[in-house]
Design a protein around this ligand. Structure first.
Ligand SMILES: [Zn+2]
Length: 378
């Protein structure tokens, strides 16, 4: 992943990275708290106090998101997933992992850990809030803000659309129920898509009717981000599914016979019968003119020639020339070559690579290959 950002510290083997974009949100958040929210709540506080409170409040948002991500990381590591870093960026946080959870149960626990951590923090800050409530101090205000932030983080993240934690929890549940990760991803991605549209709409609403430019833009961006992430997750899951379900492609090269017995095109037909047909017991042979592949000759081509004429004709007179042949390349898919052979009732095809004869492929070899694979599969 891109290394854009500042490595702040390392907690439990996980690098904490602050993306440069986070600086923007930190400033905007501090600004809006210091200039609008706190002066309204505390008309008796000076500007300096409001700014200090703003910074403290933003720092608590930072801590809350960090704890959220670290909770995901901690459970991930416990479930055997290698977490390299936690990155905080303009729209929140993200734990960067080297692998995906192996089953629905693991994903369920990992996804739930983040919001659970915020609920715990929220409860913790509530105690502080209650114990300082008597004398409304700056601490009370900031802690109150922290309670709201953590509850909001927990609830927002539990929205059941991918890629939010709630979407992951739902996916884990469905994954466990259906035992089909791709199908579960499909469902939560769709919900994520719908939610994304709602968020974009909500953002527009905030901007137009409530004049909340910052919150509006934030929701719109989150909406677009969610839309992109849910599309990406869907693609990954579908790709993983096709990769998982389809056996690896078998190429012609894996099955073809290399260095096949070939006959020179100037060989008389009689000699071809004695030295090739009766010697190798193949019924079809590739024909070469020096190194160049020029066609194929078969038993059927010979039997079409009257016996007394076989002394006067050469292989080149009776062969099927290369222009009339269907010849696959070595990288072609063996299955589709097999189908083509069935359609044209061909038992044999020359394999051509860069104009040269690379080998021959036999229909029965492809069939046997498939048979062997099926038999040996547990
Ligand atoms: Zn989370």
């Amino acid at each position: 992943m891109n290394a854009k950002g500042i490595r702040v510290c390392r907690i439990g083997g996980v690098d904490v990275i602050i993306d440069y974009s986070w600086v923007i949100i930190f400033f905007l958040l501090t600004y809006s708290m210091a200039e609008t929210v706190f002066p309204e709540a505390h008309k008796d506080y000076g500007r300096l106090w409001c700014w200090l409170m703003g910074i403290a409040a933003s720092a608590l948002v930072f801590v809350s998101i960090l704890v959220h991500e670290l909770a995901h990381s901690w459970v991930s590591i416990k479930r055997g997933i290698n977490v390299t870093s936690v990155r905080l960026f303009i729209f929140g946080g993200m734990a960067e992992t080297a692998s995906e959870p192996k089953d629905g149960r693991d994903e369920f626990l990992i996804a739930l850990a983040g919001p659970a951590a915020n609920v715990l923090l929220g409860v913790l800050f509530s105690f502080v809030f209650i114990s300082t409530m008597e004398h409304m101090s700056p601490v009370t205000t900031i802690v109150q803000w922290a309670v709201v932030t953590n509850m909001a983080l927990a609830f927002f993240n539990l929205t059941p659309g991918f890629p939010l934690d709630g979407g992951r929890v739902l996916r884990a549940f469905l994954w466990d129920q259906w035992n089909d990760m791709a199908r579960a991803t499909q469902v939560v991605s769709r919900i994520g898509d719908v939610l994304a549209v709602f968020m974009i709409g909500f953002g527009l609403l905030l901007m137009i009717f409530y004049k909340s430019l910052l919150a509006g833009i934030w929701f719109i961006c989150i909406g677009f981000l969610m839309k992109r992430a849910s599309g990406g997750a869907l693609q990954t899951a579908t790709a993983a599914k096709t990769k998982h379900e389809q056996p690896p492609r078998v190429t012609v090269r894996q099955i073809m016979k290399k260095n096949p017995v070939a006959v020179d095109w100037l060989v008389p037909v009689n000699q071809f019968v004695d030295d090739y047909l009766y010697r190798y017991f193949f019924t079809e042979f590739p024909v070469l003119n020096r190194d160049e592949f020029v066609g194929i000759v078969s038993l059927a081509d010979v039997s079409g020639v009257a016996a007394k004429l076989r002394d006067f004709k050469q292989v080149r007179d009776i062969m099927i020339p290369v222009e009339q042949l269907v010849a696959p390349g070595p990288e072609d898919d063996a299955d589709s070559v097999f189908e083509r052979m069935l359609e044209t009732d061909a038992e044999f095809m020359p394999v051509i690579e860069e104009g040269r004869l690379a080998g021959i492929i036999l229909r029965r070899d492809i069939a046997n290959y498939g048979q062997i694979k099926i038999s040996l599969k547990q």
